[in-house]
Design a protein around this ligand. Sequence first.
Ligand code: SF4
Length: 185
Amino acid sequence: MDFRNIKVSLKASNVMMTVDAYRIFSERYDYPVHIGITETGPTFPGAIKSAVGLGVLLSEGIGDTMRVSLTAEPEEEVRVAYEILRALGIRKRGAEIISCPTCGRCQVDLRPIAQEVELALRSIDKPISVAVMGCVVNGPGEAREADFGIAGGKGMGLLFKKGEVVRQVKEEDLLEALLSLIKEG
Ligand code: SF4
């Protein structure tokens, strides 16, 4: 039809069918493609399906623009898309949270703390990594590659930067202390 400036989208809700379709198309044509898995469901299953499908395609160099389609707020779609790009090392923006899975050594209720930290850091644009670890013995060492971090103890916690302990603070002051440390840079 003589249209030259086009971009092609081949979305489906089946992950592997979508991947195959984009692979076949990209082998045959040079047109840019808009990638996505469509109708993936609510945030949890949708984010996983999108991450698997888009992760495979992007790791093979397929995809020029992308959309994550969730039955959720549009902001969630953008957050998931950024996480996919960040996991692949394609975009770096905002804080990446590294938190430990916890084990018998864990001395705090880590889940709500990790959630609070994640929420508090959503507004940060700086590309930093922040660790939230469950014990003071192994936490700072296990997360030495993180730019900043906290490790929980009994009623207290350690604040650390690149694996080096900065200071000890009361458990209830951990989040605020972490945020000021990040602000200081
Ligand atoms: S940081 Fe501590 S609590 Fe977390 S997994 Fe490692 S040893 Fe277990």
